[in-house]
Write a protein that binds this ligand. Sequence first.
Ligand SMILES: [Mg+2]
Length: 253
Amino acid sequence: MSPSAALRRELAKSPRLLLALDFDGTLARLRRDRRAPRLPAGRRKALSVLAKTHGVRILVVSGRALADLRGRCPVPGAAFAGDHGLRLEGIGPRWRHPDLARRRRRAGILAAAARAAAKDLPGVRVERKEASVAVHYRNAPAVRRDPKPLKRALERLPLSGWRVAPGKCLWELRPRQDWGKGEAILLALKRLGRGWKAAFVGDDTTDEEGFAVLGRRALTVRVGPGRTAARWRLPGIGSVDRLLAEIRRSRRP
Ligand SMILES: [Mg+2]
């Protein structure tokens, strides 16, 4: 399915477009192994062409760390927001959230506690990210059937101001007072200056938070099924390619 005519019209009429895209599940297919997702060559080419197009900036926004993200998205000219938007590079000077050091320490403490809480659950993997902790259960069939007991166990950890948030086959420990992908996109917009419009394409829970934060300030696009706060929807990752091609066509002089 092609992007709807209304979305195509909106994209075409924004002379300066900040195109923000999530990575896992939006630009790369989700895989069992979190180290596996890669940007396919065709999509990388399309993004590279767009990143060089006048009046278009590409921003890849992800829960992954910046270095990880950069390595998976070798797109010259693209900007990156890593750690759920706590770091931004490529649009103005490198930026990091002022609270990052404190969050990093807390993430270390909670990752150790989560590992202890999950030690008897085969297949559960605790990933310490810079400022959050992901507890993956994609490879834990028993937890996949009923993930709530794991959630309850995580809620008993010394969370002090953090919360247990859902993701795709994972629970994520994150600060309650949050700065997320939506706020990072707004920061990037502000740095670009007047006349820029943002579009944000994503597929997951943290993207939904971004859609809600952005509201009418961006063209929000959900990839795949599920409840959404986004204004538009693409049926799957394949239609992201058609969206990129459509934006390219609309920019041709
Ligand atoms: Mg995603």
